[in-house]
Design a protein. Sequence first.
Length: 306
Amino acid sequence: MSLIKIFKIVYLVGIVLSGVLTFVSSDKNNTEISKLVWLVGVSHVFVLAMIGFRMERSKDKAAAGLRVQTSGYLHTLIGFSGALFQLDPQNLLATIVVPLSYALFTSIIGWFFGGELVNEFDGQPAGGITNEAEILIREFQSFADSLSAIHKQYIQKIKDASDSFESQLQKVGAAYERMVDTQEVQFDRLSKKQSELLAQLEDYQKRFIDSQNSCYGEMDNAIQESINSSNKLNASVDALTSALSTKELFSITSNFVYLSEQTKVASDNMGQVATTSKNVAKYLEESKILIDQLEKLLSSINSYRR
């Protein structure tokens, strides 16, 4: 197998291997693999240069020199690609400098040895290197423009996020102020309703007590009058008993028994009234407890408002 064929096979295998390793390193973000990519690229360019220098025909050496320069340039592009894949906006310098350094080193080696091989053929000392340098400058300019565009996008996204957060914060503040105002209004209404309820309960209790006192007075007067009437009746019965006949006495006694029954009915009714009065007194006591609880609730609301 001729040297030119071996040269082409090594050329293709090295480029493919470098590309695969670059893809793996960018996918896993592994700096150790990045160093291996650099070592493969440098070794590949050195091997190609050694094979080129061993060629005897000047035409083959010139072709090998161009391929060596091209391989260096391709390794540079592969390194640029890996650097872009590993780009981290949070740590831009650390993730870009190392891959770019490796890529530039392979280009320098490729330009140097490729230029030497080409110069043996056409006697032009720096033409190939000049062309490659111009191409690299244009690539650097394109890469710098890409970085600038990425920075502008990140700055715009940060600004949009800040504006959105500020807008949401203003909306939350406005909603909180409305909620506080609504709470104040509700507390004022509740306090007013409670005050009205307490006033109504106190007025009702006062009127009920006055009514009970009046009822108790009337009951005392009625009982006293009933006792006086009973005494007078007993006196009259005694007087009539001595003056009337047995028949007349029996009739009067029957009337007296009937009167006693009516008096008992009246006493039972008074007992029911007394029971009702006790129930009313118990209700008044429970009403007082309710008023105390409402006063405690009002105090709690007032303290919460402060």
